[in-house]
Ligand binder design. Structure first.
Ligand code: SF4
Length: 93
């Protein structure tokens, strides 16, 4: 019989916030840039994502997650990857 007392505890609190996400039923194309996207196209897409995030009831939890795990791409919690890197003091490329 395995000793389950040594298993990690419940972990659903790490992802349950996603059930309230305003982007839950949207495609990823608004939040993640396609390869090579630059300039105005990127700004327009990022802004559209940020507008969804601005009305999202779990924006704080989303941004906290992105910063905690270092999400490298996409708009999370209303910030682009560039903005998140600047927030935590990493070099912005
Ligand atoms: S803050 Fe934005 S990216 Fe995060 S769950 Fe909400 S809509 Fe999605």
């Amino acid at each position: 019989m395995p000793n389950v007392s040594r298993l990690p505890g419940r972990s659903e609190h790490h992802w349950l916030w996603q059930e309230g996400a305003a982007c839950r039923d949207l495609g990823t194309e608004t939040f993640f840039h396609p390869t090579g996207e630059r300039g105005e196209a990127r700004s327009v897409r990022d802004q559209a994502a940020k507008e969804v995030c601005a009305l999202c009831p779990v924006q704080t939890e989303c941004l906290r997650h992105a910063l905690r795990v270092g999400e490298p791409y996409g708009v999370w919690g209303g910030l682009t990857e560039r903005e998140r890197r600047a927030l935590v003091g990493q070099a912005v490329g």
